[in-house]
Design a protein around this ligand. Structure first.
Ligand code: 5AD
Ligand code: SF4
Length: 443
């Protein structure tokens, strides 16, 4: 989501005459878009800013420095006092003011601005995308599209409702327009984005007469966008996986066979303390329903270890659910107490060494199951959207299968932006290696 916000702002600035640079050394303006979800993300951003400002003191070039995003929102004006040399702190509902503020700050280099207001009103949804020139060797193939901002769920560990504010959704027509115009620029795949996409449109749109939730109605409309061939979304909430969404996986041809469904914990006691609103049994039932509709669906999850009060028995329940769920991969996080959250005040905070030890144990299990799931793909045929040159090996191209696995292969750069079929011949820990197969579509 931060990547998308950064792209939109960079594109907005570029349209106003600013030039984007890959190098910090040559920048006149350096803006860090920050995350607050765990303390280490905040510390990374603070250290990076201090390092950049420190380095600029030894240089002739004195860039303008600013913080954007959730950490800016959570800490506000006090960042200007804590970090001398910082000129701008811009909150999550104020990013559309960036061009105006930059102009003021560039005119008066002594001036400082902190604006973290507007949290009660809907944020301005920026539609700007960075579209490379025609014939570029890295065309825009896959794009993120915001469908909503904010979250009303208030899970007890999570700072997001504080930093992103209440849920606000965009109208369906606006979203479909953005997808269609991306398709005209060569985009084949859209990932619909929001903090809790399954709550999309809940105050804006009624369920349809057939009982389809607003989110599924949106999926149906994006499915009709000409030129878009694949649809993904992130992040959903398990409580949003009604049968309407499960069945959409069978009905909508463009909806990819992949899902990122956050489990957070396998212990019902901890899920309740997290205020998640489902049980481990219900979570496993959703997986079974999805796999009944799409047996090859790739499922990824998020898990927090060491939530306050988590005992070894609770942790074992998470291990059991992970064994049963057989995720293709999982993001595992050590619980990080966050300001403004209920869990930060709970007794029985789990010592850091224990969080680290559980993190390592769970990671080993997740990696073992993932290895097996990748190995099982050997010999299968996968449809791949070719995204570009592999980051690790410039002689290879890479793309993603419909089940969201990275597939690497050799081929001409003209394949970038096309959808092609590959036979999987080898599997790495988190990637597959393919050989092209001759089909009508590939020719
Ligand atoms: N500590 C650790 N992980 C967290 N997440 C959210 N808040 C916290 C926290 N306080 C994780 C959740 C969420 C992911 C984006 O970050 O697993 O799904
Ligand atoms: Fe945070 Fe997601 Fe819970 Fe919302 S649903 S409070 S974003 S973890």
């Amino acid at each position: 989501m931060n990547k998308r916000d950064s792209e939109a702002l960079a594109s907005r600035l570029a349209s106003q005459g600013y030039l984007l640079t890959d190098s910090e050394q040559s920048a006149d303006i350096i803006l860090l878009n920050t995350c607050s979800v765990r303390d280490n993300a905040e510390q990374k951003a603070l250290n990076k800013m201090r390092m950049l400002i420190g380095r600029s003191k030894l240089q002739e070039r004195k860039p303008l420095f600013g913080f954007l995003g959730c950490m800016a929102q959570a800490h506000g004006e006090q960042l200007l006092e804590e970090i001398p040399g910082l000129q701008l702190v811009l909150g999550t509902h104020r990013s559309h003011k960036l061009p105006e503020y930059l102009e003021a700050l560039l005119t008066d280099r002594e001036k400082k601005i902190a604006d973290c207001g507007g949290m009660e009103a809907p944020p301005v949804f920026l539609k700007d995308h960075i579209v490379p020139e025609k014939n570029s060797n890295s065309p825009l193939v896959s794009a993120f599209v915001n469908i909503m901002h904010g979250c009303d769920q208030y899970c007890t560990y999570c700072i997001v409702p504080e930093t992103r504010g209440k849920e606000f959704s965009r109208p369906i027509a606006d979203i479909v327009d953005e997808c269609s115009s991306l398709a005209k620029n060569g985009v084949k795949e859209v990932t619909l984005l929001g903090q809790i996409v399954t709550s999309y449109g809940k105050r804006l749109i009624r369920p349809s007469p057939e009982g389809l939730s607003p989110f599924v109605q949106l999926l149906e409309e994006v499915e009709k966008a000409e030129g878009i061939e694949r649809i993904r979304f992130t992040s959903p909430h398990p409580k949003g996986y009604g049968m309407d969404l499960v069945e959409a996986y069978g009905r909508l041809n463009k909806l990819c066979q992949s899902a990122h469904i956050p489990l957070q914990s396998g212990s019902n006691r901890i899920l309740k303390a997290m205020r998640r609103g489902y049980t481990a049994e219900r979570f496993l039932e959703i997986l079974a329903q999805l796999r009944a509709v799409q047996p090859s669906i790739g499922v990824v999850t998020d898990i927090i270890v060491g939530f306050p009060g988590e005992t070894e028995e609770d942790f074992q329940e998470t291990i059991n659910v992970v064994r049963e769920a057989r995720f293709d991969s999982a993001f595992i996080f050590k619980y990080s107490p966050r300001k403004y959250t209920v869990a930060a005040e709970m007794p029985d905070q789990v010592p850091m060494e224990m969080r680290e030890e559980r993190h390592a144990r769970l990671m080993a299990l997740v990696n073992e199951i993932a290895r097996e799931s990748y190995q099982q793909k050997i010999g299968t045929i996968q449809e791949v959207l070719v995204e570009g040159v592999s980051r690790r090996n410039v002689n290879r191209l890479q793309g993603r299968s419909r089940c969201n696995k990275i597939v690497l292969f050799e081929g001409p750069s003209a394949w970038v932006g096309t959808i092609r079929k590959f036979r999987i011949v080898r599997a790495g820990q988190y990637s597959l290696y393919g050989e092209p197969i001759e089909t009508e579509k590939n020719k």
